[in-house]
Design a protein around this ligand. Structure first.
Ligand SMILES: *[C@@H]1O[C@H](CO)[C@@H](O)[C@H](O)[C@H]1NC(C)=O
Ligand SMILES: *[C@@H]1O[C@H](CO)[C@@H](O)[C@H](O)[C@H]1NC(C)=O
Ligand SMILES: *[C@@H]1O[C@H](CO)[C@@H](O)[C@H](O)[C@H]1NC(C)=O
Ligand SMILES: *[C@@H]1O[C@H](CO)[C@@H](O)[C@H](O)[C@H]1NC(C)=O
Ligand SMILES: *[C@@H]1O[C@H](CO)[C@@H](O)[C@H](O)[C@H]1NC(C)=O
Ligand SMILES: *[C@@H]1O[C@H](CO)[C@@H](O)[C@H](O)[C@H]1NC(C)=O
Length: 490
C-alpha cells in the first residue's frame, strides 16, 4: 500500500466522512483525541531515532499463531539502511507475535508496546545453530553447538530493547522438559544475547520463561539494564536472570527476578578457554535488585570466571526465599581472579546461607583444563546486612593451598530460622576481618572492633550516561487504518 501522508489535511475530513458512513465507532475517535499531540508514546533511551516503522509494515501478524520470523528479519534488514542516517525504531504493537530467532542492527531500538508479547517459537529449527563461545570452548548444556538466542546481535553499536512493559515470553517449558530428559544435543537458546557490542540498553520490559538464561551480554561494554521484571518457575533449569559475561561498564538497576537459578550471575569464560580469551567482567553496579531463587544465589560470581571478575558493586539488594546472597563459586582449573567486590545494604528474608563461597564447584568444559590454574579470590567486602529466617550464617570455603583472602564483614545482623544448623560458620581456607557481626563469626574472620568495610564513593562511569526522552506516534497507524477502511468501502 503506497500512501502519501498529509495527516492534518486528511484526518478531520476522513473521520467525518467515515462517521457518516457509520464505518468507525466512537472508540477510534477517542483514540484520535488521545493521540492528537502526535507523539503519544514517550520513553527514556540512550539515543532517539529518526526513522520509525511498525512490525505490521513488514507483514507482521499478531494472532499468536502465525510466524513472524520473516517479518522481524526483514524489518531489521530494511531498517539497517538507517544505521548512518539517524537510526531507526521498530515498534511491536499490542498482539502476540510468535517468532524464531532474529538479530538486531546498530543505532536501533526495538520497542515492545504495552500489551505486546513477543512469543518465542518452540521449534528447534527456528534457532539456527551457532558455534560455542570462544571463551567457553563448549556449549553450556554439553559439547556441540548452541541454538541462536531468540533476540541476538553481534558487533553492534547503540542498541535499545525497551517498551512500556511489553513482554518477551520464551515459552521455555518444552526446552526444560527436553533438558530434564537429556534430549538436548545443543545448548538451549537464551532470550537475549548481544555479543561484541557496545552502548546497550535493555529496559522497561517483562521477560518470562526463557529456555535458559534470560539476558546474556557477552564481550560487550557500556550496558544499562533497568526496570525489568524477569520471571521463570523456581524449579526451571538454568533460567538465570541477567548474566554479564566478559563485559565492562554495566548497570543493573531496579530489577525484579524470580528464577530457577541465579538472579544475576557475573561470568567471564570457562577454564582454559576463558583463560586464553582473557576478557574480565569489570566495573559493574547492581542497584535495587529483588530476587526470589530458593535453590540459587541472588548474585553469583562465577562459576565461569576464567577471564577474571573485578570491581563489582552491589547495593540495596533484597532477597526473599533464596539459597544464598552474593556467592562466589569457582574451582581449580578456572585460574584468573575474583577481586574488589563491594556489597552495601542487603535485606534478606528466608535464606539457606547469607555468606557462601565455594572453591570446589567442579564442572569443566572438557578434561583439557589445568588443575594447577588456581583462582585468586581477594578483597571481598560486605556491609550493612540484615537477614532473618536463616539456616546457616556462613558456609565459606576456599581452596587448599589457595585460600580466599581479604574478606571483610561489617554491621551484619542475622536472625536464625526455627531449626538452624548447629554449625553457624564453617570457614575453611578463608581469611579476613569482621566487625559487629551476629551470630559471632568464625576465628578466621578476625574481630576488628568497630570498623566499616570499604564501599567506594567515587561514581561509576555508567552512571554518567544520561537518558533522553524519545517518542513515536501511533497516529500514522490509525489514519492508515481509516484510509484502508475508506478505500475498501469505495
Ligand atoms: C524497505 O526499504 C526499501 C528501500 O529503502 C523501501 O523501498 C521499502 O519500501 C521498504 N520495505 C518496507 C516493507 O517497508
Ligand atoms: C545472527 O548473528 C549471528 C552472529 O553474527 C549469526 O551467527 C547468526 O547466523 C545470525 N542469525 C540470523 C537469524 O541471521
Ligand atoms: C520506564 O520505567 C521508568 C521507571 O519506572 C519510568 O519512569 C518510565 O516512565 C518507564 N517508561 C515507559 C515507557 O514505560
Ligand atoms: C510489568 O508487568 C509485570 C507483569 O505483568 C508486573 O508484575 C510489573 O509490576 C509491571 N511493571 C511495571 C513497572 O508496571
Ligand atoms: C547497619 O545496617 C543497617 C541495615 O542496612 C542500617 O540500617 C544501619 O544504619 C547500619 N548501622 C550502622 C551503624 O551503619
Ligand atoms: C566445612 O566446609 C568444608 C569445605 O568447604 C567441608 O569439606 C566440610 O565438610 C565442612 N564442614 C562441615 C562440618 O560442614
Amino acid at each position: 500500500m503506497a500512501l502519501i501522508y498529509r495527516p492534518s489535511a486528511i484526518s478531520t475530513h476522513l473521520v467525518a466522512t467515515l462517521l457518516t458512513l457509520g464505518l468507525i465507532n466512537v472508540s477510534i475517535i477517542e483514540c484520535r483525541r488521545h493521540v492528537s499531540g502526535g507523539s503519544d508514546v514517550t520513553y527514556p533511551a540512550i539515543n532517539c531515532r529518526k526513522h520509525t516503522a511498525f512490525l505490521t509494515d513488514f507483514g507482521g501478524n499478531g494472532d499468536g499463531e502465525t510466524s513472524n520470523t520473516e517479518a522481524f528479519r526483514t524489518a531489521v534488514q530494511n531498517l539497517s539502511q538507517f544505521e548512518n542516517d539517524g537510526g531507526s525504531q521498530l515498534i511491536v504493537p499490542p498482539g502476540r507475535w510468535l517468532t524464531g530467532s532474529f538479530n538486531l542492527t546498530s543505532h536501533f531500538t526495538l520497542f515492545i508496546q504495552f500489551g505486546a508479547v513477543i512469543l518465542a517459537s518452540q521449534e528447534e529449527g527456528d534457532y539456527p545453530l551457532i558455534e560455542p563461545l570462544p571463551s567457553y570452548g563448549s556449549g553450556r548444556d554439553g559439547p556441540g553447538g548452541r541454538f541462536s538466542s531468540l533476540i541476538g546481535g553481534s558487533h553492534l553499536t547503540d542498541v535499545v530493547i525497551t517498551g512500556d512493559n511489553g513482554t518477551i515470553d520464551g515459552q521455555g517449558s518444552i526446552w526444560w522438559s527436553k533438558f530434564h530428559k537429556k534430549k538436548i544435543k545443543n545448548t538451549r537458546p537464551y532470550l537475549i544475547e548481544l555479543m561484541y557490542s557496545n552502548q546497550i540498553q535493555i529496559s522497561n520490559l517483562t521477560l518470562i520463561d526463557s529456555p535458559t538464561w534470560h539476558i546474556h551480554p557477552v564481550y560487550s561494554s557500556d550496558i544499562i539494564m533497568q526496570d525489568l521484571t524477569i520471571h521463570a518457575p523456581v524449579d526451571s533449569p538454568n533460567t538465570d536472570g541477567i548474566n554479564p559475561d566478559s563485559c565492562k561498564n554495566v548497570k543493573i538497576q531496579d530489577v525484579f527476578v524470580v528464577s530457577g537459578d541465579d538472579c544475576v550471575a557475573i561470568k567471564s569464560g570457562w577454564d582454559e578457554y576463558g583463560i586464553k580469551f582473557g576478557m574480565p567482567t569489570e566495573q559493574v553496579i547492581i542497584r535495587r535488585l529483588t530476587c526470589i531463587s530458593p535453590d540459587s544465589a541472588v548474585i553469583a560470581l562465577g562459576s565461569e570466571m576464567s577471564g577474571g571478575i573485578k570491581n563489582i558493586r552491589a547495593e540495596d539488594i533484597t532477597a526473599i526465599n533464596s539459597e544464598s546472597a552474593v556467592r562466589i563459586k569457582t574451582a581449580p582449573g578456572r585460574g584468573a581472579y575474583v577481586t574488589d567486590i563491594f556489597v552495601d545494604k542487603m535485606n534478606l528474608h528466608t535464606m539457606k546461607y547469607v555468606f557462601w563461597t565455594t572453591g570446589a564447584y567442579g564442572q569443566h568444559p572438557d578434561p583439557g583444563y589445568d588443575p594447577k590454574a588456581l583462582p585468586k579470590v581477594d578483597r571481598i567486602n560486605y556491609r550493612n546486612v540484615v537477614a532473618e529466617d536463616v539456616k546457616m550464617a556462613g558456609n565459606m570455603g576456599g581452596i587448599e593451598g589457595d585460600p580466599f583472602t581479604g574478606f571483610c564483614l561489617s554491621n551484619v545482623t542475622i536472625g536464625l530460622s526455627a531449626k538452624p544448623k548447629k554449625l553457624q560458620w564453617n570457614c575453611t581456607e578463608v581469611s579476613g576481618v569482621s566487625s559487629n557481626v551476629t551470630p559471632e563469626p568464625c576465628d578466621a574472620l578476625v574481630d576488628k572492633g568497630s570498623i566499616d568495610c570499604e564501599y567506594p564513593s567515587d561514581p561509576v562511569p555508567i552512571d554518567m550516561v544520561q537518558l533522553q526522552t524519545c517518542s513515536f506516534s501511533t497516529q500514522k497507524k490509525i489514519i492508515q487504518y481509516i484510509i484502508f477502511l475508506h478505500f475498501n468501502k469505495n
